[in-house]
Unconditional design. Sequence first.
Length: 319
Amino acid sequence: MRTVKASTASLKKAAALIRAGGIVAFPTETVYGLGADGLNPQACARIFEIKGRPRFDPLILHECTAARAKKLFSKIPAGAEKLMKKFWPGPLTLVLPKSRSVPEIVTSGLPTVAVRVPANAHALALIKAAGRPIAAPSANRFGRLSPTTAAHVKKQLGDGPDLILDGGATHIGVESTIITFTRGKPVLLRPGGLPLEEIEKIAGPACKPEKTGKKRPLAPGCLKKHYSPEARLVIIEPGVAIKPAAKAAYLAFSRKPAGTWAGVQVLSRGGDLREAAANLFSALHKLENSRARVIYAERVPAKGLGRAIMDRLRRASAV
Ligand code: AMP
Ligand code: MG
């Protein structure tokens, strides 16, 4: 398996690999994706194998234009139409009734499909050249830290993908926001790179996901434990003082902590949530590479992109 810089020639090669049923890791604006032909069930099955991902966890299809993305849905509520127009390409995934062209393996047998148009020139060029939707979850082992560089992909997946396209560090750094619609109203399935506040301005107030009453949760892949570094992650509760230790690392929001730690990362010196989100996974990868057995993480304000950061930290800290 090779890592190659994204270029006209390597993108062409990558698209041919996708068309032939191969697996290509590629950059998007959120995190690196592990891509396969989204209309080829065998190719999609390899994604699950390489990631060690359970089959009940559906994939997101990536398209290069809203017009092509819409063909993957069988019904589009007016609110969803407005969101596509405003935020695509961008870090917004819509879950809507699927069209017949979408294979069962992509949706884990659900009647709905998750689709987005990524805002990354390499990703768009790859999808366009492949000429079909690309199914791509994050390019990491199931449940582990998401990759925001090609090196992160290599670290976790090694020789799994047929090719890794290196397009530099991702800009947004956390996964897409996932929205579905119930009775015409938006429902947040996963906070992510597009703040909920911006979505609500366009589509109205979001409702809480309804209890399905079935065993299956509404967003089956959003598990309590996820995004976990190898070291234990502990969120620092308000009023609790944490002492520096040789085997402890510290993830700060905006201010460096005092004392000597196995590793320290500051997400944003200016206290900017956008910058903090962009740095989140790379900071956790660095702390994971330190000798720390435990990573203490500060809370960030739970608004805007802070909601996605806290969601990832909470899941990373779950036991
Ligand atoms: P990722 O692993 O970041 O690509 O995230 C994909 C996530 O999207 C899954 O883990 C699910 O939580 C969610 N998802 C995908 N398809 C559906 C669907 N049809 N219905 C509900 N959630 C979905
Ligand atoms: Mg993931």
